[in-house]
Design a protein. Sequence first.
Length: 288
Amino acid sequence: MTRSKPQARTQNAEVSRLWPSGVAGIELYNAQLYRHTFAKHMHEAYTIGFTHSGLGGFFYRGDQHYANPGSFKLIHPGEVHTGQVQAEAGWGFRNFYITVPKMEQILAQLEWPELPYFPIALQTSPDALGQAMFSRLFVALSQPTPQLERDSLLLELMAYLIDRYGDRQRHWRQPEPTSKALAQVQSYLKTHYADSISIDTLARQVGLSPFYLIRSFRQQVGLPPHSYQRHWQLMQAKRSLHTDQPIADIAIAHGFCDQSHLNRAFKKAFGVTPGQYRQGNFVQDWPG
């Protein structure tokens, strides 16, 4: 009796990479996912994403949306979203993360007056022209490329995206709670991101009941207070990964129990572990 050959493991190998580009203020992300789910999180940068294969989904601005092949995913800084695979074929996509200062520099070169606002684009057909521009820039930022060429491709893509998907009547502003009390809580959590804080301590500071504080903070910020504090722990730990400080020490310094705790939280938010981010190399996670 002959045995059937085992299915090749590489068919379901997840590949992801997050790394700094050759341009200050821009990071690159490349992924082919089959199982990974991104927890609720946000970035301190514009997310300019493009799906090239499979199907993805993400919860954003109160609703579920789908990332179809040939479509862009444009998310503002500080806005909470998720991400998950929606098809057996997986989800293949690439992202640019462009910081607000870098975006302001780009806009000055484009003579555009304000930071762009992108409504949720419901694309009914693939954007072939946008894909070509996106792909050329991604390649240019992934390898040694003359600065003039990189700058030109970056300006070309951003001018196209703003013209096609931007809302000329609106401009992006940093999301802030409408309540003064919640803004105070938000500021406190940023300052004390690595501290152990009780909900009673937060509630007493602003004169709200713990339950009302949690409910109102989630409604206005998009995350409950403990998740918002975790976001800032992750952002500060991510910055520290550009130093040679041991990852175990980074974890403790930024409010995590240990390195394993940081590893799990970091991968849920960014799709790679801290060590993988520091190395900037492709990583394959084989199914168990």
